[in-house]
Design a protein around this ligand. Sequence first.
Ligand SMILES: [Zn+2]
Length: 287
Amino acid sequence: MKTEEFHVLTAELEKLTPHQRSILVDRLHKIEHVQAVSMLVESRVQSKPLCPKCGHDHIARWGSASGLQCYRCAGCHATFNALTGTPLARLRHKDKWLEFAQQMAEGASVRNSAKICEVHRNTTFLWRHRFLALPNAQKAQSLTGIAEADETYFLESFKGQKKDMPRKPHKRGSKASKRGLSDEQIPVLICRDRTGSTSDFVLKRADKTHISAALKPLLANDAVLCTDSGQALGAAAREIGITHRPINLANYLGWRRMIEPAHGALSPCAVLFAVLGMGRVQQLTVT
Ligand SMILES: [Zn+2]
């Protein structure tokens, strides 16, 4: 906007009613969020200017659409933008993505993040799946050297799941119907080596057979598996012929703190980067 026009605009601001002022503030926030997301997303192409279809590196700017720069590949003539080929392609409401990323970092439910982002819960349900598509696929395929493993349990609540419900939903606020570990507690095995490569598995049962099946293809033959000496993990290590060592409790707790959902500690930008495959975020999975 030209300086003159801007002066005219700002002179008019005093005439606004309080209601109009708050509408204007909302509009400005929305514009700011869209631009922040667009800049973050555009940096994906700038850091790796390749055609997502054929991998050609000769690409040219080709107009813009939906607030994003478009590009055209000189090799295959495909047009694309920074989101083409990512899980976020063609998703709407870019102005809400950072807020949603923040909600994910804080571990908010689909329902609560929908309320805060002011979108329908079907939208946040879809976003959850899209946002987790890459982090879920980016699990380490092999661990070497000293690897630490731990099992943890989630109470499966099947929130937002409409089809294929394995059982009737719980009433609000209900607890697992059986005391202790039951079929409603989903065992999750998390394994990490000293290079920071991490993998996790949702297990049918946390017994020797299932743990061995998960760890065998993951661990190198000379890996040393450190655990908090859980019996099933030790037995699994023996079964697949890997050295097993119980680990120091203080180190172990520090490690757990690091890999468990980093409630609020992850910036929304870090979450978006991981979603777009531009960085690593451990344990994005939330309930
Ligand atoms: Zn191409």
